[in-house]
Every structure is written in C-alpha cells, then in structure tokens.
Write a protein that binds this ligand. Structure first.
Ligand code: ATP
Ligand code: MG
Length: 394
C-alpha cells in the first residue's frame, strides 16, 4: 500500500513572511536525514510537508528519523488511496489492523478538502465506521473518549487514511537562527545545551579543549561519540579540538591557585571566540548552570563573560542537575557522559577555588603569564589545522 508521511510545522506558521524560508530549510534538513534510507520526494502545500518515498523504503525508520528533526510539531504516517469510497473501505481494515485490534473503542473523523468528493463528511464517518465494526467485531464506537481516532482526509492528491498524529521534536529548523559554537566537555551538561540551542534553530559547531598527557585519547573519543549522538538531533556537527596543555601549565605555574579555574575559563572563551569568528558562528554555547560549581557563580560568570564580546548562550543556566539529566537520558547522551575520563577542567583543580572572584584581581593575575596572547593564538592555529578532519554526522 502506498504510504506518505505528513509533517505539521508548529511555530513555523507564526513566522509570516519568513515562513517560506523556514519551510525550505526544514525540507532540506528532512532530506538530509532521510538520505541513507532511499529516494524521497518532499514538498510543502497548505502548511503541510509531504514526504513520499520514490521506491520501496523503510517507512518506520523514516518516521523514526523525522521524529528527531526540529521544526516539526507533529507527524502522521498515512496510507494514500484512490478517492473512491469502495477503495477506502477496502484499504482501511488492512492498513489500520494492528491499531484497531489493540483498541476497544474508536471513532472515525472525516475531512473533505476536495469538495468534489460525492459524500459529505458525516456520511463518510458513518459508512466507514460501519465497515470497521464489521471487520473488528470486538470494537465499540465512542465519540467522546475513544481509544483511537481514525482519520480519513479527502485531499487533492488522494484519500489519506491514518490514526492520530504523533508529536514531533518541536522547535525551529536547525539553521534558521544562524550558527553557534558549543564548548563541549565530556560531561552531562554541554551536549544537552547543544541540543537545546539546536532546538531554537541554531546550527551547532563544537569545540573541545584537550590537555594531553593529562587527558587521554579516550576522553577525546568520548567527546566524538557525544557529538555523534547529539547530531541525531542537531544535524552534522564539526568538531574542533584545541590543544590546551601549555596554557594550563602556564596558568598553574604563574597564577594564584584559587584563580586557576576562572583564568582557564577565560582562556577557553577567548580561543572559542576566535574560532567562532573564523567559522561564521555568531554566539558561544556552554552547559553552565548557575552555582553548580565554583566557576558558575554569578561573580565567576561575570569574569568569564568579560573575556568575550560575543553572546554566550547558557540554556541550562536555570536548570537543576536532575532536569538536565532527564534530557540527557532522553536524547541518548547520558550513558556516554558518565564514562569516567578526565576532562581538562578537572586537571589542576584548586582545592579552594574562589567562588566570588573580582575581575580586577583576575586581570592582574593573568598579567603574570608571559605572552598569554601568543599562547592563545598558537592554540587557535593548531586547532585550525585539525578542523577539516572532524565532520561528525548522525
Ligand atoms: P559539563 O557537564 O558539560 O561537563 P560541568 O558541569 O562539568 O559541565 P564545567 O566543567 O565548569 O561544568 O564546565 C562548564 C562548561 O564549560 C561546560 O558545560 C562546557 O560548555 C565548557 N567546558 C568545560 N570543559 C570543556 C572542555 N574540555 N572543552 C570545551 N568546553 C568545556
Ligand atoms: Mg559535568
């Protein structure tokens, strides 16, 4: 039986003149996501996007993939039948068999956007209802709270038969808000932050700081895995790896221990900002959550922010750890995030980090690092060489 998937674009409809642009980005994203599953024709008409396989395709897998594409509020997988009532009645029991067998009560809802169809909606409901009752004698009709609703839509292109729509990933199509650079650690929070901002339409590029030999190849591999898992939602992610050892050693050797972390974080921001500029990213993203650790107090954040002119987006700032964990679990990054490898943030951690650092004191302490500017530039230069090797796809 011929099948299509219909996509409803939630927030898109609010965007007035931009709508067409939003739709075309969404269609491109869907196309990319389905690339591996075969040829699909994808087009939009009357605020619905149609996804039609051009040959035999795994529609279950296609639906599964589309459930993770931002910008889709709801999806419906349907059978497409000729606009002939006999044919609709023949197709419905077969196509909806599983779902009707599992239900006790049902009702039929008909929509007739093609008014040339000879039967009116109430008549379609009544007649098709009768056919289904005959085919599944255990069923009862319940018009108020049925277990399932069977929809028949008489559209321009044919008659569409389907059960209730299922919720999509919501949000805005990735790319419609521009591009941002995610500072990704191996932890729980930053992949969730990337997911959350992609949901608001940002294309995500990632940067990760490594400090060999203090951090291992395993730790970097873990971050690659996280990027791949995140990319199931964000779409492809390019990962830049920044060698950070020298800078961290200089901080350790030259600065007061209680300021290690905040100075290190300022260095990360400066490097990230430079990479963002060079790769057309317009903001940075971190997984910071207020007061989670010493470097995430308002005062510490003020010092970090001062190192950077770009907006730093912190979608997890007001979330509790267990709220973040719930999302990590749902998007499939949690298992990887809890693997126990060192991150450069946990190398040389001070015993008593200052929780309320003053910017003047931090700036003063930084002056003790010889040629810090040169060190930062060198790190960016080394990272740049690696960039092309690191496209990560779902
Ligand atoms: P996460 O759970 O994401 O690791 P965290 O709770 O460990 O965050 P911090 O270590 O203070 O918190 O880091 C705060 C943020 O700084 C992270 O969410 C991430 O955005 C960024 N970050 C930390 N370490 C790195 C790193 N090695 N490379 C890139 N970004 C990092
Ligand atoms: Mg963490």
């Amino acid at each position: 039986m011929k099948e299509v998937i219909l996509l409803k674009c939630g927030e898109l409809s609010l965007k007035g003149l931009n709508r067409r642009n939003f739709e075309s980005v969404l269609i491109r994203n869907c196309r990319r996501r389905l690339e591996k599953l075969g040829q699909f024709k994808i087009w939009s008409a009357q605020s619905t996007i149609y996804v039609e396989p051009q040959q035999e395709a795994d529609m279950e897998e296609a639906e599964d993939q589309l459930k993770k594409v931002f910008g889709i509020a709801a999806l419906t997988r349907c059978a497409v039948v000729e606009k002939d009532f006999e044919k609709i009645c023949a197709a419905a029991p077969e196509y909806l068999q599983q779902i009707l067998e599992d239900a006790d009560t049902f009702k039929v809802e008909a929509r007739r956007s093609d008014k040339r169809f000879p039967m009116k909606s109430p008549e379609i409901c009544r007649e098709l209802g009768g056919v289904l009752l005959e085919a599944f004698p255990h069923l009862k009709v319940d018009v108020h709270t049925p277990d399932v609703i069977i929809y028949v839509e008489i559209r321009e292109q044919g008659a569409y038969l389907h059960p209730d729509q299922i919720p999509g990933a919501g949000g805005l199509p990735v790319g419609t808000s521009g591009k941002a650079l995610l500072l990704i650690s191996g932890g729980i929070d930053s992949p969730v932050a990337g997911y959350m901002m992609a949901k608001r339409g940002l294309e995500i590029q990632a940067v990760h700081f490594v400090s060999p030999p203090y951090t291992s190849e395993h730790a970097l591999e873990k971050v690659r895995t996280l990027c791949r898992k995140m990319s199931v939602y964000t779409g492809r992610v390019s990962l830049t790896v920044v060698p950070f050892t020298k800078i961290q050693e200089q901080i350790r050797d030259c600065c007061p221990e209680e300021l290690f972390t905040v100075i290190m974080r300022r260095c990360m921001m400066r490097i990230a900002q430079q990479i963002a500029h060079e790769t057309q990213c317009e903001a940075l993203i971190t997984g910071e959550s207020l007061a989670q650790v010493a470097s995430q107090t308002v005062q510490a954040i003020a010092c970090t922010q001062a190192a950077c002119q770009m907006p730093i987006l912190r979608p997890a700032i007001g979330m509790d750890k267990d709220e973040i964990v719930k999302i990590a679990y749902r998007i499939g990054t949690f298992e990887t995030s809890i693997l126990p490898y060192e991150d450069c943030c946990t190398v040389f951690t001070p015993k008593h980090p200052k929780t309320k650092p003053k910017l003047e004191a931090v700036l003063e302490a930084e002056k003790a690092i010889p040629d810090l500017e040169g060190l930062l530039e060198e790190a960016v230069r080394q990272a740049r060489q690696e960039l092309l090797e690191n496209e990560i796809c779902p």
